[in-house]
Ligand binder design. Structure first.
Ligand code: TRP
Length: 320
Protein backbone atom coordinates (compact mmCIF):
# COMPACT_ATOMS: atom_id res chain seq x y z
CA UNK A 1 0.00 0.00 0.00
CA UNK A 2 1.36 3.39 -0.95
CA UNK A 3 0.98 6.10 1.65
CA UNK A 4 1.82 9.66 0.71
CA UNK A 5 1.96 12.87 2.63
CA UNK A 6 3.62 16.25 2.41
CA UNK A 7 4.64 18.77 5.02
CA UNK A 8 5.29 22.44 4.45
CA UNK A 9 8.66 23.63 5.71
CA UNK A 10 7.70 26.12 8.37
CA UNK A 11 10.74 26.66 10.53
CA UNK A 12 11.14 25.20 13.94
CA UNK A 13 9.56 21.86 14.58
CA UNK A 14 7.44 21.71 17.72
CA UNK A 15 5.91 19.01 19.89
CA UNK A 16 2.56 19.46 18.16
CA UNK A 17 4.08 18.74 14.72
CA UNK A 18 5.90 15.70 16.01
CA UNK A 19 3.12 14.02 17.95
CA UNK A 20 0.26 14.84 15.60
CA UNK A 21 1.90 13.93 12.32
CA UNK A 22 5.55 13.11 12.00
CA UNK A 23 5.74 10.22 14.40
CA UNK A 24 2.89 8.50 12.60
CA UNK A 25 4.50 8.99 9.21
CA UNK A 26 7.79 7.61 10.42
CA UNK A 27 6.04 4.48 11.75
CA UNK A 28 4.46 3.91 8.35
CA UNK A 29 7.78 3.42 6.65
CA UNK A 30 8.16 -0.05 8.13
CA UNK A 31 4.66 -1.20 7.21
CA UNK A 32 4.05 0.35 3.82
CA UNK A 33 5.48 2.04 0.78
CA UNK A 34 5.89 5.53 2.20
CA UNK A 35 6.18 8.63 0.02
CA UNK A 36 7.00 11.70 2.03
CA UNK A 37 7.94 15.12 0.72
CA UNK A 38 8.65 18.66 1.76
CA UNK A 39 6.01 20.89 0.20
CA UNK A 40 8.13 23.96 -0.53
CA UNK A 41 5.97 25.00 -3.50
CA UNK A 42 2.95 25.24 -1.25
CA UNK A 43 5.00 27.33 1.17
CA UNK A 44 5.32 29.99 -1.50
CA UNK A 45 1.66 30.80 -0.85
CA UNK A 46 2.42 31.76 2.75
CA UNK A 47 5.87 33.33 2.75
CA UNK A 48 8.71 34.20 0.44
CA UNK A 49 12.38 35.08 0.64
CA UNK A 50 15.26 33.13 -0.86
CA UNK A 51 17.24 32.57 2.34
CA UNK A 52 14.20 31.82 4.44
CA UNK A 53 12.83 29.21 2.05
CA UNK A 54 16.24 27.61 1.52
CA UNK A 55 16.89 27.44 5.25
CA UNK A 56 13.46 26.15 6.15
CA UNK A 57 13.71 23.46 3.49
CA UNK A 58 17.16 22.40 4.64
CA UNK A 59 15.99 22.32 8.26
CA UNK A 60 12.94 20.25 7.36
CA UNK A 61 15.16 17.72 5.55
CA UNK A 62 17.40 17.44 8.61
CA UNK A 63 14.45 17.22 11.01
CA UNK A 64 12.79 14.37 9.16
CA UNK A 65 16.03 12.44 8.75
CA UNK A 66 17.03 13.01 12.37
CA UNK A 67 13.66 11.79 13.59
CA UNK A 68 13.97 8.57 11.68
CA UNK A 69 12.93 8.87 8.03
CA UNK A 70 15.11 6.34 6.29
CA UNK A 71 15.68 7.29 2.64
CA UNK A 72 16.44 3.66 1.83
CA UNK A 73 12.95 2.60 2.86
CA UNK A 74 11.02 5.74 2.04
CA UNK A 75 10.82 7.88 -1.06
CA UNK A 76 11.71 11.21 0.48
CA UNK A 77 12.09 14.35 -1.63
CA UNK A 78 11.58 18.08 -1.98
CA UNK A 79 8.46 18.97 -3.97
CA UNK A 80 10.11 21.47 -6.34
CA UNK A 81 12.77 18.91 -7.32
CA UNK A 82 10.13 16.95 -9.26
CA UNK A 83 8.66 19.50 -11.69
CA UNK A 84 6.51 16.84 -13.35
CA UNK A 85 4.06 17.51 -10.55
CA UNK A 86 3.60 21.14 -11.57
CA UNK A 87 3.08 20.01 -15.15
CA UNK A 88 0.37 17.64 -13.96
CA UNK A 89 -1.29 20.39 -11.94
CA UNK A 90 -1.97 22.24 -15.19
CA UNK A 91 -3.76 19.24 -16.69
CA UNK A 92 -5.73 18.68 -13.52
CA UNK A 93 -6.88 22.28 -13.43
CA UNK A 94 -9.10 21.44 -16.44
CA UNK A 95 -11.02 19.05 -14.22
CA UNK A 96 -12.32 21.50 -11.67
CA UNK A 97 -14.27 24.72 -12.05
CA UNK A 98 -13.08 28.08 -10.81
CA UNK A 99 -16.32 28.22 -8.87
CA UNK A 100 -15.45 25.06 -6.94
CA UNK A 101 -11.97 26.38 -6.19
CA UNK A 102 -13.40 29.61 -4.87
CA UNK A 103 -15.20 27.55 -2.20
CA UNK A 104 -11.98 26.22 -0.63
CA UNK A 105 -11.75 27.09 3.08
CA UNK A 106 -8.13 28.14 2.78
CA UNK A 107 -9.15 30.62 0.09
CA UNK A 108 -12.40 31.83 1.65
CA UNK A 109 -10.78 32.33 5.05
CA UNK A 110 -8.28 34.77 3.59
CA UNK A 111 -11.03 36.75 1.90
CA UNK A 112 -13.04 36.78 5.13
CA UNK A 113 -9.99 38.27 6.88
CA UNK A 114 -9.82 41.01 4.27
CA UNK A 115 -6.64 39.63 2.68
CA UNK A 116 -6.50 39.53 -1.11
CA UNK A 117 -5.42 35.97 -1.92
CA UNK A 118 -2.89 35.32 -4.68
CA UNK A 119 -3.65 33.22 -7.73
CA UNK A 120 -1.32 30.67 -6.15
CA UNK A 121 -3.52 30.30 -3.12
CA UNK A 122 -6.52 29.81 -5.41
CA UNK A 123 -4.62 27.06 -7.23
CA UNK A 124 -3.33 25.43 -4.02
CA UNK A 125 -5.79 22.48 -4.02
CA UNK A 126 -4.93 21.65 -7.65
CA UNK A 127 -1.22 21.44 -6.89
CA UNK A 128 -2.00 19.30 -3.89
CA UNK A 129 -4.12 16.98 -6.05
CA UNK A 130 -1.17 16.71 -8.45
CA UNK A 131 1.14 15.78 -5.53
CA UNK A 132 -1.16 12.93 -4.67
CA UNK A 133 -2.15 11.70 -8.14
CA UNK A 134 1.32 11.86 -9.70
CA UNK A 135 2.43 9.08 -7.35
CA UNK A 136 -0.55 6.80 -7.64
CA UNK A 137 -1.14 7.06 -3.90
CA UNK A 138 -3.54 4.73 -2.10
CA UNK A 139 -3.84 6.61 1.17
CA UNK A 140 -3.11 10.10 2.33
CA UNK A 141 -2.86 10.74 6.08
CA UNK A 142 -3.55 14.38 6.90
CA UNK A 143 -4.90 16.51 9.70
CA UNK A 144 -8.53 17.59 9.84
CA UNK A 145 -7.69 20.95 8.28
CA UNK A 146 -6.71 19.21 5.04
CA UNK A 147 -9.88 17.16 4.67
CA UNK A 148 -11.41 19.42 2.03
CA UNK A 149 -8.21 19.39 -0.01
CA UNK A 150 -8.39 15.60 -0.12
CA UNK A 151 -11.95 15.81 -1.39
CA UNK A 152 -10.77 18.09 -4.19
CA UNK A 153 -8.09 15.56 -5.12
CA UNK A 154 -10.67 12.78 -5.30
CA UNK A 155 -13.11 14.86 -7.34
CA UNK A 156 -10.41 15.97 -9.72
CA UNK A 157 -9.17 12.40 -10.25
CA UNK A 158 -12.68 11.13 -10.93
CA UNK A 159 -13.40 13.96 -13.36
CA UNK A 160 -10.13 13.40 -15.21
CA UNK A 161 -10.90 9.70 -15.55
CA UNK A 162 -14.39 10.50 -16.82
CA UNK A 163 -13.25 13.10 -19.31
CA UNK A 164 -10.03 11.59 -20.58
CA UNK A 165 -10.23 7.88 -19.74
CA UNK A 166 -9.10 5.85 -16.73
CA UNK A 167 -5.81 7.38 -15.59
CA UNK A 168 -5.72 7.93 -11.82
CA UNK A 169 -6.43 5.92 -8.72
CA UNK A 170 -8.89 7.64 -6.38
CA UNK A 171 -6.92 8.25 -3.17
CA UNK A 172 -8.34 7.39 0.25
CA UNK A 173 -8.08 10.06 2.90
CA UNK A 174 -6.92 9.11 6.35
CA UNK A 175 -8.14 11.91 8.56
CA UNK A 176 -6.90 11.83 12.08
CA UNK A 177 -9.87 12.65 14.27
CA UNK A 178 -8.55 10.94 17.34
CA UNK A 179 -5.41 12.78 18.20
CA UNK A 180 -6.28 14.99 21.08
CA UNK A 181 -5.38 18.60 20.53
CA UNK A 182 -1.90 19.21 21.86
CA UNK A 183 -1.90 22.36 23.95
CA UNK A 184 0.82 24.96 23.77
CA UNK A 185 2.36 26.84 26.67
CA UNK A 186 -0.73 29.08 26.98
CA UNK A 187 -3.17 26.15 26.93
CA UNK A 188 -4.52 26.87 23.41
CA UNK A 189 -3.73 24.50 20.53
CA UNK A 190 0.04 24.46 19.97
CA UNK A 191 0.69 26.46 16.84
CA UNK A 192 3.43 28.62 15.47
CA UNK A 193 0.92 31.36 14.75
CA UNK A 194 -0.03 31.59 18.45
CA UNK A 195 3.60 31.82 19.58
CA UNK A 196 2.99 29.10 22.19
CA UNK A 197 5.15 26.29 20.85
CA UNK A 198 7.69 24.05 22.53
CA UNK A 199 10.32 23.59 19.85
CA UNK A 200 11.95 20.22 20.11
CA UNK A 201 15.34 21.20 18.72
CA UNK A 202 15.68 24.53 20.52
CA UNK A 203 18.84 24.93 22.60
CA UNK A 204 18.31 23.62 26.14
CA UNK A 205 17.97 27.05 27.72
CA UNK A 206 15.24 28.13 25.29
CA UNK A 207 13.45 24.83 25.74
CA UNK A 208 13.60 25.26 29.50
CA UNK A 209 12.10 28.72 29.19
CA UNK A 210 9.20 27.39 27.10
CA UNK A 211 8.46 24.49 29.44
CA UNK A 212 8.65 26.64 32.58
CA UNK A 213 6.20 29.07 30.98
CA UNK A 214 3.39 26.50 30.57
CA UNK A 215 0.28 27.91 32.22
CA UNK A 216 -1.40 26.16 35.13
CA UNK A 217 -4.25 26.90 37.48
CA UNK A 218 -3.69 28.52 40.84
CA UNK A 219 -4.34 25.43 42.98
CA UNK A 220 -2.02 25.47 45.99
CA UNK A 221 0.50 22.76 46.80
CA UNK A 222 -1.77 21.19 49.40
CA UNK A 223 -4.82 21.12 47.17
CA UNK A 224 -6.10 18.30 44.97
CA UNK A 225 -5.56 19.26 41.32
CA UNK A 226 -7.58 18.79 38.15
CA UNK A 227 -5.48 16.97 35.56
CA UNK A 228 -8.14 17.10 32.86
CA UNK A 229 -7.67 20.77 32.01
CA UNK A 230 -4.01 20.99 32.79
CA UNK A 231 -1.59 21.76 29.94
CA UNK A 232 1.41 20.33 31.82
CA UNK A 233 -0.52 17.08 32.22
CA UNK A 234 -1.57 16.94 28.56
CA UNK A 235 1.93 17.57 27.31
CA UNK A 236 3.54 15.20 29.78
CA UNK A 237 1.21 12.34 28.83
CA UNK A 238 2.48 12.45 25.23
CA UNK A 239 5.56 10.73 26.57
CA UNK A 240 3.83 8.25 28.85
CA UNK A 241 2.37 4.77 28.60
CA UNK A 242 -1.22 4.17 29.66
CA UNK A 243 -0.11 2.96 33.11
CA UNK A 244 2.24 5.89 33.68
CA UNK A 245 -0.51 8.25 32.64
CA UNK A 246 -2.70 6.87 35.43
CA UNK A 247 0.00 7.30 38.01
CA UNK A 248 0.57 10.89 36.89
CA UNK A 249 -3.16 11.50 37.29
CA UNK A 250 -2.94 10.08 40.82
CA UNK A 251 -0.15 12.53 41.61
CA UNK A 252 -2.50 15.35 40.59
CA UNK A 253 -5.16 13.96 42.90
CA UNK A 254 -2.77 13.75 45.84
CA UNK A 255 -1.97 16.96 47.72
CA UNK A 256 1.66 17.99 47.68
CA UNK A 257 2.32 18.28 43.95
CA UNK A 258 4.23 21.41 42.93
CA UNK A 259 3.71 22.56 39.35
CA UNK A 260 7.22 24.02 39.26
CA UNK A 261 8.76 20.65 40.09
CA UNK A 262 6.54 18.90 37.60
CA UNK A 263 7.66 21.25 34.83
CA UNK A 264 11.31 20.55 35.64
CA UNK A 265 10.55 16.86 35.47
CA UNK A 266 8.77 17.33 32.14
CA UNK A 267 11.73 19.25 30.76
CA UNK A 268 14.08 16.40 31.53
CA UNK A 269 11.64 13.91 29.97
CA UNK A 270 11.54 15.98 26.78
CA UNK A 271 15.32 16.35 26.70
CA UNK A 272 15.85 12.63 27.25
CA UNK A 273 13.29 11.64 24.65
CA UNK A 274 14.73 13.83 21.91
CA UNK A 275 18.39 13.58 22.85
CA UNK A 276 19.33 10.85 20.30
CA UNK A 277 17.44 12.76 17.59
CA UNK A 278 19.12 15.99 18.61
CA UNK A 279 22.53 14.39 18.28
CA UNK A 280 21.72 12.97 14.87
CA UNK A 281 20.39 16.34 13.76
CA UNK A 282 23.59 18.13 14.81
CA UNK A 283 25.56 15.71 12.62
CA UNK A 284 23.24 16.25 9.68
CA UNK A 285 23.35 20.03 9.95
CA UNK A 286 27.11 19.84 9.55
CA UNK A 287 26.94 17.50 6.61
CA UNK A 288 25.53 19.56 3.77
CA UNK A 289 27.00 17.30 1.10
CA UNK A 290 25.20 14.30 2.50
CA UNK A 291 21.90 16.19 2.62
CA UNK A 292 22.41 17.39 -0.95
CA UNK A 293 23.02 13.82 -2.03
CA UNK A 294 19.91 12.52 -0.22
CA UNK A 295 17.89 15.27 -1.83
CA UNK A 296 19.14 14.42 -5.30
CA UNK A 297 18.55 10.68 -4.93
CA UNK A 298 15.08 11.25 -3.49
CA UNK A 299 14.13 13.43 -6.44
CA UNK A 300 15.28 10.79 -8.93
CA UNK A 301 13.33 8.08 -7.16
CA UNK A 302 10.18 10.21 -7.00
CA UNK A 303 10.56 11.29 -10.63
CA UNK A 304 10.80 7.69 -11.81
CA UNK A 305 7.38 6.98 -10.28
CA UNK A 306 5.71 10.22 -11.38
CA UNK A 307 6.81 9.89 -14.99
CA UNK A 308 4.66 6.78 -15.41
CA UNK A 309 1.53 8.69 -14.41
CA UNK A 310 2.56 11.70 -16.46
CA UNK A 311 3.05 9.63 -19.60
CA UNK A 312 -0.44 8.18 -19.16
CA UNK A 313 -1.97 11.61 -18.61
CA UNK A 314 -0.13 13.23 -21.54
CA UNK A 315 -1.17 10.41 -23.83
CA UNK A 316 -4.83 10.42 -22.72
CA UNK A 317 -4.99 14.17 -23.19
CA UNK A 318 -3.69 13.90 -26.76
CA UNK A 319 -0.43 15.66 -26.03
CA UNK A 320 1.81 13.06 -27.63
N1 TRP B 1 -1.32 21.15 2.30
C1 TRP B 1 -0.61 20.29 3.21
C2 TRP B 1 -0.43 21.03 4.56
O1 TRP B 1 -0.31 22.21 4.59
C3 TRP B 1 0.74 19.92 2.69
C4 TRP B 1 0.62 19.12 1.43
C5 TRP B 1 0.94 19.51 0.18
C6 TRP B 1 0.15 17.78 1.33
N2 TRP B 1 0.72 18.53 -0.71
C7 TRP B 1 0.21 17.45 -0.05
C8 TRP B 1 -0.32 16.85 2.25
C9 TRP B 1 -0.19 16.19 -0.50
C10 TRP B 1 -0.72 15.60 1.78
C11 TRP B 1 -0.66 15.27 0.41
O2 TRP B 1 -0.36 20.37 5.58
Amino acid sequence: MRILSGVQPSGKLHLGNYFSMMRKMIHYQDKSDLFCFIANLHSLTTFSGKDKLENFTFDALCDFLALGIDPEKTTFWVQSDVPLVTELSWYLSMCITSNQLSLAHSFKDKIAKGITPSGGLFFYPVLMAADILAFNSDRVPVGKDQKQHLEYARDIAAEFNRKFGETFKIPEPEIDNETAIIPGTDGQKMSKSYGNTINIFDPEEALKKSVMSIVSDSAGIDEVKDASKNAIFSIYTLFLSEADRDSLRKRFETPGLRYGDLKKELLSVILDFFSPFRKKREELLNNRDYIRDIRKKGALKAHSVAIVQLEKARSNLGLK
